[in-house]
Design a binder for this molecule. Structure first.
Ligand code: UDP
Ligand code: MG
Length: 319
C-alpha cells in the first residue's frame, strides 16, 4: 500500500483545527483501504492551544504526527520541516483552515496514480478584494517574466508532490524561502486539478501585509537579478544623458559664454541623481542582505519535539 503524507502547517489554528481534523478524517476514511495515511502537523510556534489540540489528536489517532518547531518561522519554513519529516511516497500540502477542500484529495491521488509527480490545486475563483486580486496577478506576471520560473497566480500551496519532488525541495536549503517559485524551478511535469477556494472555516488569516510584502520580495530576489540589472541600465542611460548634456554645455559656453544661472536645473539634477543612487544602493543592499543570511549556513529551523518520535527524525541531520 502506498503511503501518503498530509502536511499541514499550523500557526495559531485552535479555532479551525477541530473542523479540519473532522473533515480530513472523513476523506481519509473514504480512501482507507487504498492508502496508508500519515497526518503530519507542523506547529509553527503557535501561541494558543494548537499544540495541546494536536497532542489530543495524536493521543487517539496513530496516523497523526506532530513536529513542534522551536518558534514561529513562517509557513515556508514550516513546509520545509514537513518535507523533511514526511515519510510518505507522496506529500499533499494543505492549510489548516479548510480553504482548500480536502474533498479534492482523491482527485489529486488519481492524477498521481496516472503518473503525474506534481499535481497542483488550481483555484477556480478567488474570494478576495479586487485590489488584492489585481496586485497578486500583476506580481505573478512580473515574476514569471523576469525570472526563470513560470508562475500562475491561481496556483497556491495546495499540492500533491511525489517523493522525488519532495527530495528536490529538501535539497534546497535556503532560509529565505519562496516555495511557490521552487515548485516551478525544480521542473517536473505539472498537472492542475481545479477547486473552489472556500472562506476560512474559523480563526483569522495569519498573513499580515508586512509578511506578504516580505514574501513577495523574497520571491523576486530569490528568482531574479533583474532589479540589479535595471539599476545598471538606468545608470548607463543617465550617464549617457549627462555626457551629452556636458558636451552641449561646453560648446555653448565656448560659443556664447556663460551668464551664471541654472540653480533650479542644478537642484533638479542633483536631487534626481541622489534619489536614484539611493534606490540602486537599496537594491544592492537587498541582495547583499540575502547573501549575508544564506552564507551563515544556519540550519533553517530547529525542532522542539517530534510526536511520536520516529525514524523520520534524522530528516534534518542528513543534510
Ligand atoms: N501558517 C504557518 N505559519 C505562519 C503563518 C501561517 O504555519 O507564520 C499556516 C497557517 O496556520 C495556515 C496556512 O499557513 O495553515 C495558511 O495561512 P492562512 O490561512 O492564514 O493564509 P491565507 O489563506 O489567509 O493566505
Ligand atoms: Mg487560509
Amino acid at each position: 500500500m502506498k503511503r501518503v503524507t498530509l502536511l499541514v502547517p499550523c500557526y495559531n489554528e485552535q479555532e479551525a483545527l477541530p473542523y479540519f481534523y473532522a473533515e480530513i478524517c472523513r476523506v481519509m476514511a473514504s480512501l482507507e483501504n487504498r492508502y496508508d495515511f500519515e497526518l503530519l502537523f507542523i506547529n509553527d510556534g503557535s501561541k494558543d492551544n494548537t499544540l495541546q489540540l494536536l497532542r489530543e489528536f495524536a493521543g487517539k489517532d496513530k496516523r497523526v504526527r506532530i513536529v513542534d518547531l522551536s518558534r514561529n518561522y513562517g509557513k515556508e519554513v514550516g513546509m520545509l520541516a514537513g518535507f523533511d519529516y514526511s515519510t510518505g511516497d507522496c506529500v499533499i500540502t494543505l492549510d489548516a483552515d479548510l480553504q482548500e477542500p480536502p474533498s479534492v484529495i482523491p482527485m489529486m491521488l488519481a492524477e498521481w496514480e496516472n503518473g503525474s509527480c506534481d499535481v497542483y490545486g488550481r483555484r477556480r475563483m478567488r474570494r478576495q478584494s479586487a485590489a488584492k486580486k489585481f496586485s497578486s496577478r500583476l506580481y505573478h506576471k512580473i515574476l514569471s517574466n523576469v525570472s526563470d520560473v513560470d508562475l500562475s497566480d491561481d496556483a497556491g500551496d495546495f499540492r500533491l508532490l511525489d517523493r522525488k519532488c519532495v527530495d528536490a525541495l529538501r535539497s534546497m536549503r535556503e532560509s529565505q524561502r519562496y516555495t511557490k517559485g521552487m515548485y516551478a524551478w525544480i521542473g517536473y511535469d505539472k498537472t492542475p486539478v481545479d477547486y473552489d477556494i472556500a472562506p476560512r472555516v474559523a480563526g483569522t488569516t495569519k498573513w499580515t501585509l508586512p509578511k506578504l510584502i516580505h514574501l513577495a520580495m523574497d520571491g523576486l530576489m530569490a528568482h531574479s537579478v533583474l532589479p540589479l540589472r535595471l539599476a545598471s541600465y538606468a545608470g548607463i542611460i543617465v550617464s549617457l544623458g549627462a555626457f551629452c548634456y556636458l558636451i552641449y554645455v561646453l560648446i555653448k559656453t565656448i560659443i556664447w559664454g556663460e551668464p551664471v544661472a541654472g540653480y533650479p536645473s542644478l537642484m533638479a539634477v542633483i536631487l534626481f541623481l541622489g534619489g536614484f543612487i539611493l534606490l540602486a544602493l537599496g537594491i544592492i543592499g537587498e541582495y547583499i542582505g540575502r547573501i549575508f543570511l544564506e552564507t551563515k549556513q544556519r540550519p533553517v529551523y530547529f525542532i522542539n519535539e517530534v510526536t511520536p518520535p520516529s525514524s523520520g527524525e534524522d530528516g534534518m541531520k542528513d543534510k
